[in-house]
Design a binder for this molecule. Structure first.
Ligand code: MN
Length: 261
């Protein structure tokens, strides 16, 4: 098995190398990650300037590593198009130090990187843990390795795209594994305002997850001490329109053409 490992916390992240170290025991590991931290950059790709790749000394022996002057998604695209090409079985993005739950998956660079693997036909996992300085990175990496082995041995289809989050607990205290759905809420929805002596400033703030949601959500699973596994897909716009919105569009073109005339 050959695994592409990437992240959005950058090539120097402890989470990235904890993951690479564990995966090395079950697979050939190639690390391709941004040269700096780019959390919350989402699915961004770079089109405005050329990208550069640098082969770097891996922090785990017997792995191969490259840093990319670009986004997490850029890293995966370059890896799959130029570095490892199609000779890969799985893409794993993480271990992100910070949870990626609910609507926040849409801004997550960790998920954004995994998405590129999935869109290009490879099984993909995004894996995250709380808090920023988690003492349990090696435990989280073991979860990733186990999932990787199972995905590989079961030959799960290429449209396997999992968002995995672990609570801030040692493995012995984790209550179980819940297959969840995304909570319909974000925890980055607060703005703090202040004055630095010269100018007004604003911080977009991560709020504590203290709102209630139903038991099947990823946020609830983490709050209750479970590992959350959310199967994701990218079918944002493939649902037919809702009857309630049909009135928005009827006669739209005729109205525009009439105004023009
Ligand atoms: Mn991050």
């Amino acid at each position: 098995m050959k695994i592409l490992v990437t992240n959005d916390d950058g090539i120097l992240s402890d989470g990235l190398w904890a993951l690479a170290k564990e995966l090395k025991s079950i697979a050939q590991v190639v690390v391709v990650a941004p040269d700096r931290e780019q959390s919350a950059i989402g699915t961004a790709v770079t089109l405005s300037h050329p990208l550069r790749i640098q082969k770097v000394k891996p922090m785990v022996p017997e792995t191969e590593a490259y840093s990319v002057q670009g986004t997490p998604a850029d890293s995966v695209i370059l890896a799959l198009e130029k570095l490892v090409k199609n000779e890969i079985d799985l893409v794993i993005s993480g271990i992100n130090q910070g949870l990626n739950l609910g609507n926040d998956v849409l801004i997550s660079g960790t998920v954004g990187a995994a998405l590129q693997g999935y869109l290009r036909g490879f099984p993909a996992i995004a894996i995250s843990v709380s808090p920023m300085d988690s003492p349990y990175l090696s435990d989280v990496a073991k979860v990733a390795a186990l999932l990787a082995e199972r995905i590989h041995s079961a030959a799960l289809p290429a449209n396997t795209f999992l968002n995995v989050n672990l609570p801030d607990l040692p493995l012995s205290e984790i209550k179980g594994v819940n297959v969840t759905r995304l909570a319909g809420e974000s925890h980055i929805d607060t703005v703090e305002e202040g004055h630095d002596g010269k100018r007004q400033y604003y911080w977009l703030v991560r709020q504590k997850m203290d709102r209630s949601s139903d038991d099947m959500t990823d946020i609830k699973a983490i709050e209750q001490g479970y590992i959350s596994i959310t199967p994701l897909h990218a079918y944002l716009g493939n649902k037919p329109s809702l009857p309630a919105t049909d009135g928005l569009y009827s006669g739209l073109l005729q109205r525009l053409q009439k105004n023009q005339g």
